[in-house]
Design a protein around this ligand. Sequence first.
Ligand code: GLP
Length: 266
Amino acid sequence: MEVIISRTYDDLSKLAARMIAEQVKHKPNSVLGLATGSTPIGTYGELIRMHKHEGLDFSKVVTFNLDEYVGLPPTHPQSYRYFMDEYLFNHVNIPKTNIHVPYGHAESILDFCQWYEAQIVGYGGIDIQLLGIGGDGHIAFNEPGSSLGSRTRLKTLTRQTIEDNARFFDKPEQVPCFAITMGVGTILEARKIIMLANGPKKADIVAEAIEGPISAQVTASALQLHRDVVVLVDDDAGAKLKRADYYKWVYEQKTKLLPGLIGRGT
Ligand code: GLP
């Protein structure tokens, strides 16, 4: 795992966007795995800036989002599809037909989940997967206890997740209690993973996920098994990391001696 501690949220967002931009330049038809939540908003903003001012071209890019609430139509302002339109899709040139967000209104969720997995495989798998981390250590909506081999499926959200996400809704009762989510196993098949975390609220769970034992109780800890993961945190979210000094030292040495290897998961 490569852990990069940035001074600010802005620095973290720029670094994540740069890694995604490099991937897209290197392989214009890259398959991107995308996340929602407040954490990646800065990264999307930077990608939009690169598209508008530096000509970053998304015309061949394919995207798969991690998750979606069950029962919210894509037009609902709190649906993840709506979020993605607002913060990214409406501002860059990804063809609409290349965009995949789980459909929370699917008639058969089981069939839909199988179809979604098959689509990912059909496009050759995910090249780079962006992730945030939930307050209970979940990635996507893989709540504590999710199998580390799980695939795209229906998941019941924990009360903590419902409370955490209630800030986006008028009333907590409006937060759906079910979601369709890529599984931990699905996520681990991405060729590269970038996990982002910022703010003091994430400090404990980031330390547990990165430096604690691998456990289905903290599904983000499964990332320790992946061969190419970059964890980007700001100072606040990295505050409880025991090896923070080492991570900073690695970054300094690479910046001086091997700048091309920053973010290469080594
Ligand atoms: C939701 C999403 C996750 C996201 C998490 C954290 O639960 N399903 O993908 O990582 O929220 O959100 P935030 O970035 O707002 O802290």
